[in-house]
Design a protein around this ligand. Structure first.
Ligand code: CTP
Ligand code: MG
Length: 227
């Protein structure tokens, strides 16, 4: 069962606040995107068909050049205004039975996370996402920041990527007649709204997303430890 990976890397990184799109920020001598591609290629039993990298239009040429010869087929296409637009653009170019959608911004995702997602896809689950238990106490607040209630965190998971799909499930999630992105902040959210069951497998703290300057400092420390 072969797999394609879509890497949405077309965001501008507003919260990070660097002077370039986030995926192209340097972390210890390599771009965030280059590290993410390398982390996928390290998963030797993925049966990888191709990687579809979705980038800002002006980065297509440089990324094609940078990723030529990485050892698997790489397709580079332009993204859109919202993350879901970028994934939709990538979806036009996938092949194979399974599709993983993996944020460029999670360059240190460990190999076992990919393996757990793919194993659950191979076991027949149409949509599989990695998730972590929530450690902080969670409170719902009103518009004045007054606490309405404390939420039961035992039934909550913080969801990461790679998010795995049987190819037809991802196509159904992104079908033009589905409700549109709305409040769904991830790909599995669109699948849920299309009525598909979504399984959560164990994520890993190392699969953190670089979102803020604090995350970038953490990532640069990580890179020192990993060379
Ligand atoms: N992404 C994308 N296309 C967009 C928006 C986001 O491909 N229009 C990608 C980002 O490049 C990133 C992933 O989706 O790899 C997760 O998004 P996020 O962390 O929100 O990145 P940005 O949108 O770039 O950051 P910000 O929201 O702070 O601007
Ligand atoms: Mg964003």
């Amino acid at each position: 069962m072969t797999t394609s990976v879509i890497i949405p890397a077309a965001g501008s990184g507003v919260r990070l606040g660097e002077n370039r799109p986030k995926a192209f920020v340097d972390v210890g001598g390599a771009s965030i995107l280059a590290r993410t591609v390398a982390s996928i290629l390290a998963v030797d039993d993925l049966e990888l068909d191709r990687i579809v990298v979705v980038v800002p239009a002006e980065m297509i040429g440089p990324v094609r050049e940078e990723l030529a010869g990485v050892g698997c087929e790489v397709v580079v296409v332009a993204g859109g205004a919202e993350r879901s637009d970028s994934v939709r653009a990538g979806l036009q170019h996938v092949t194979g039975e399974f599709v993983l959608v993996h944020d460029a911004a999670r360059p240190f995702t460990p190999v076992p996370v990919f393996r757990r997602v793919v194993a659950a896809l191979r076991a027949g689950n149409p949509v599989v996402v990695p998730g972590l238990p929530v450690v902080d106490t969670l409170k719902r607040v009103d518009a004045q920041d007054r606490v309405d209630e404390t939420v039961d965190r035992a039934v909550l998971r913080a969801i990461q990527t790679p998010q795995g799909f049987h190819a037809d499930a991802l196509v159904a999630a992104y079908a033009p007649d589905s409700d549109g992105p709305g409040t769904a902040t991830d790909d599995a959210g669109l699948a849920e709204r299309a009525g598909l069951p979504v399984l959560v497998v164990d994520g890993d703290p190392d699969a953190f997303k670089i979102t803020t300057p604090w995350d970038l400092r953490l990532a640069r420390d990580f890179a020192k430890g990993r060379a």
